[in-house]
Design a binder for this molecule. Structure first.
Ligand code: HEM
Length: 208
């Protein structure tokens, strides 16, 4: 579960970096070239299968872990609030479920359209590329989508807040001296990743 989670975090960093290209290059060329590379490179295609396997594994193990937790303590503590876990750590299964529901919508918005739909094409140099960028921009011109994505990405941030340090702990890498650092890295990743993603719909909506 921890390894799958760390792998998914690394996917998010790559995915965010590519998506941010849309904000820094109005011509969309950089984004379209990167999206084309990610969609056609054979090595990336293998990684994509590993990615979807990682997502499914992470979800299944998360559900099993949660059921084990519920079975271990079917009645709740009478007095809450004495555990040393962070606030969001108690809601990993809930935030995870919300992220999954939105992820399915997200895949229909973009991924399935890229894989199976007909996208507009643009010429970059002498080559023709699918204009994935315009698909994203058109979507985020619509206010309901912007709100939907911001809500989704806030939940992603809440989930990530407990993700990195928890994964290290599961791998046995906790240490009294370094654990606070891992907590800090977790929070920083949550803010940077969720905040970075949130910029995309918001900036596109404001500027386009
Ligand atoms: C503003 C935020 C986001 C934008 C604009 C965005 C955009 C895109 C686009 C354009 C694709 C299709 C790429 C292609 O198939 O060539 C895609 C695919 C995908 N996205 Fe996102 N995405 C965002 C956030 C996220 C988040 C937060 C997650 C995970 C929680 C995610 C997970 C995925 C997955 C799993 C795929 C399919 C695999 C892939 O194509 O790499 N995306 N996204």
């Amino acid at each position: 579960m921890a390894l799958a989670g760390l792998f998914l975090i690394s996917f998010l960093v790559v995915h965010l970096s590519i998506n941010l290209l849309l904000l820094f290059d109005d011509s969309r060329e950089l984004f379209n070239i990167a999206a084309h590379f990610m969609g056609t490179n054979p090595v990336i295609q293998v990684f994509q299968i590993v990615l979807f396997g990682g997502i499914i594994l992470h979800i299944l193990l998360g559900i099993i872990l949660q059921i084990q937790n519920w079975l271990a303590r079917p009645t709740r503590y009478k007095v809450e609030g004495y555990s040393h876990t962070s606030f969001f750590s108690k809601f990993m299964i809930h935030t995870g479920a919300v992220i999954l529901a939105f992820l399915v919508i997200h895949l229909f918005n973009f991924f399935f359209k890229a894989k199976f739909g007909e996208l507009e094409t643009v010429m970059i140099g002498n080559d023709s590329y699918e204009d994935m960028g315009i698909l994203v921009i058109e979507k985020f011109k619509e206010f309901p989508y912007v709100i939907m994505y911001v809500v989704w990405l806030l939940f992603l941030g809440f989930h990530l807040d407990h993700a990195f340090h928890s994964a290290l702990q599961s791998l046995g890498l906790n240490h009294s001296k370094y654990t606070p650092v891992a907590f800090g890295i977790s929070r920083a990743l949550a803010i940077l990743i969720a905040g970075g993603f949130i910029l995309i719909p918001v900036v596109i909506y404001i500027t386009q």
